[in-house]
Design a binder for this molecule. Structure first.
Ligand SMILES: *Cc1c(COP(=O)(O)O)cnc(C)c1O
Length: 383
């Protein structure tokens, strides 16, 4: 067994796992479960500060992204794909797959999206049904300011599909203020439940756009409209993975009972970034640092895979490399959800210190000690 310090899946607490061991029920025939499902959806909405309806989908985080594109896109629709990261760009595939025409807005992969630049672009480009954007683009750790960008798009009459799978519950989200129309999350990132569930928060505008389509949605499983009236009819469109939803609920209850969650993520994110920089390592990003994941460059003469392998085999800790344009260049530490704890980070950075020095990297500070000093100086005390 390895300690998972990856940016999803994260570690899952025992009582959350145990919540999945409740007796299995028939999700369609057991009315208590239908209530439980609805309450869990409402809990997600309330944690994201909105009365908009949330749906929990029986599929991995990716299903939420695909379902949003499938449900909104009609053949020929023009869609603005905001691309300053691997997931950002990836939305173009879902748009095309459902007959839409993606228009890629490329921006620097090392900087957060600039709302001013986007405003200029929107002044001379129009005709988009919706736009896609990523809150935290996990391969680079890029945090985009969705609270600025969604309202800007909304002013131009453009609906938004936001992937906040690896940000929400580690970074503050207010779905109403941010004006996100379809907001996607997943169970295995900052929520720290097992992988297997996606959820989507839907604004009235998004629902109207889906309802007013002229052509049918080209998918059943990836359609958001199949859930319409599930509660009135007491019938789900497909059998819900009840055990997964029990675990999700236990993890969400923990989040609801944890008022210090965002300040803790911020304290740990800041201390991690500063520790690596003070040690002489470079962060991949220039701006837009998410407090859920830190991405640093591995010195050129050292193999990312060798470092990851030693972390794994010598210290039993899993860190992640990255993929696409970042493959073989960086290492990612996932400090989201349950992982965002001082004790886990001290152990992880202590091991990383040992491995990097073993490969001859001249670190200027002891990573674990320096981190602990910084995080305590910030006032964060919970281990
Ligand atoms: C993890 C993640 C998802 C879900 O994708 P999986 O690779 O299937 O886990 C979607 N978007 C982002 C930004 C993610 O980090």
């Amino acid at each position: 067994m390895y300690k998972m310090m990856t940016p999803g899946p994260t570690q899952v607490l025992e009582h959350v796992r145990m919540a999945g061991s409740r007796a299995c029920i028939n999700p369609d025939l057991d009315t208590e479960f239908i209530e439980f499902y609805k309450e869990t959806c409402e809990l997600i909405s309330s944690l994201l500060h909105t009365k908009n309806e949330t749906l929990i989908l029986g599929g991995e985080g990716i299903l939420g992204l695909e379902a949003c594109c499938a449900s909104l896109t009609e053949p020929g629709d023009r869609v603005l794909v905001l691309d300053n990261g691997v997931y950002g760009k990836g939305f173009a595939d879902f748009v095309s797959m459902y007959g839409g025409v993606p228009d890629l807005y490329h921006a620097d992969y090392q900087k957060e999206l600039d709302a001013g630049d986007l405003a200029q672009y929107l002044a001379c480009h129009s005709g988009y049904k919706y736009a896609t954007l990523v809150h935290c683009d996990t391969p680079s750790g890029m945090l985009n300011n969705i609270g600025r960008i969604c309202p800007l798009l909304k002013q131009h009459g453009i609906l938004t599909v936001v992937d906040s799978v690896s940000a929400m519950f580690g970074e503050y989200v207010n779905a109403d203020e941010f004006q996100a129309d379809l907001l996607c999350g997943g169970s295995q990132k900052a929520v720290s439940a097992p992988p297997g569930l996606a959820f989507v928060v839907m604004s009235p505008d998004a629902k109207a756009a889906i309802r007013n389509r002229k052509s049918p949605i080209a998918s059943f499983y990836a359609s958001l409209s199949i859930f319409e009236h599930y509660y009135e009819n007491k019938w789900f469109p497909y059998t819900m993975p009840a055990s997964d939803i029990y675990m999700l609920r236990a993890a969400l209850d923990d989040i609801a009972a944890d008022p210090g969650i965002f300040s803790r993520h911020a304290a740990i994110g800041n201390a991690t970034r500063k520790t690596l920089q003070d040690a002489g390592l470079n962060l991949y990003l220039k701006s837009g640092f998410s407090n859920t994941v830190t991405v640093f460059c591995v010195p050129e003469d050292i193999s990312v895979n060798d470092v990851l392998e030693q972390m794994k085999e010598k210290h039993r800790i899993l860190l992640a490399g990255s993929f696409d344009v970042l493959s073989g260049r960086v290492i990612r530490i996932g400090h989201m959800g349950v992982n965002a704890a001082i004790s886990h980070m001290v152990e992880t950075l202590g091991a990383l210190d040992d491995v990097l020095r073993g490969f001859g990297v001249p670190l200027q500070v002891r990573l674990d000690e320096h981190f602990l000093h910084l995080v305590h100086a910030s006032g964060e005390a919970r281990l």
